[in-house]
Design a protein around this ligand. Sequence first.
Ligand code: CS2
Ligand code: MG
Length: 407
Amino acid sequence: MKITHAEVFVGGPGKNYVTLKIMTDEGVYGLGDATLNNRETLPAQYLTDYLIPCLIGKDPMNSEDIWQYFYRGAYFRRGPISMAAIGAIDMALWDIKGKVAGLPAYQLFGGKSRDGAMVYAHATGSDLEALLDTIEHYQSQGYKAVRVQCGIPGMPAGGYGISGKNDDSKHFITQYGTLPDEEIWDSEKYLRYMPHVFEKIRDRFGPELKVLHDVHHRLTPREAAAFGREVEKYNLFWLEDPTPAEDQMALKLIREHTTIPIAIGEVFNSLWDCKDMIEQELIDFIRVSVTYAGGITHAKRIVELAAIHHVRTGFHGAPSHSPISMAAQGHLNAWAPNFGIQEYLVLGTPECDALFPSEHRCEDGQFLISDAPGLGVDFDENEAQRYSYERRYHPVVRLEDGTMWNY
Ligand code: CS2
Ligand code: MG
């Protein structure tokens, strides 16, 4: 079996999905997702200019060798652009492998360890009342876990993930302007207010609800340690990205002061970015995604290392990931002995379902994987013609005096 050609499509309903399609001489094709949020053209170009030419003529069943060829062969290794591009190829090759075998991808990893994988939704409120209402809404839909982000009194944009416009549908990150929005951040106001938010959530919803919170890299290690200790009593499922993720050893200080579960890793691109914190057991959940961390082959390696260090999975699932990478994660989640939770926000709009038809579904707060061969997601190229690339940015963050801070 040989790869004959491959194509990249950029665009989608409200998103710049980067979709790779790899064709073979036997008519079987595979699909991968290289969407690097708000930098989408870069992995697309990297695929077209450098990787696809090397794929032609290769046997798609040798996914390990092809992965090593692109990773070791690049010389300038790692980084989000090249790992998203390699990741898309890798997903597409597992898709082909599954289709050839007539098996869903999870069967190729070792079968199912569970029927449904618990997901969490984003509950966001520009103020506490709005947040509590949103949590109630998700709970009524069957969700057992929610990520809670709340507007902070006195902070103009209200904190990470809050639009400040009292409109939950707009809370998310993608900006449509020609230049990035600017947000203001104040750690002191945040640290003063958030414990009160957790207290009110527990008062209203009781102990069962799984409550997650994303600090989005905004605190210093000392602040995060003190915060974690203060909110321990509210029994969070996790505290995400308390400090900037590139400093693996910052977590030591946090660990010395609190037992709050820590989740980190959505910006990591390889095992090397998280190896020390996993081996030293400084985290509880690893947040990599199959897109940014080099596809199924490499993400699986990270999951296996995590498993022997009591670290569970919590794959990144922001809406920037297309249904293809969400399916790839769904297959890993079905198999992983150390599955924890899945962030899941592909809310199945009719346009998205038309572009990426699949039988995977989300019910009662669980992702249910379909038994279709491969990844179980298709791509409608006619639908794709409706969309094209539109430049977008994440916001940037400043402190009140103008100092740049971490988005
Ligand atoms: C966020 C991300 O979902 C999350 O946990 O931290 O959505 C993040 O802001 C985006 O993926 C950035 O592209
Ligand atoms: Mg996050």
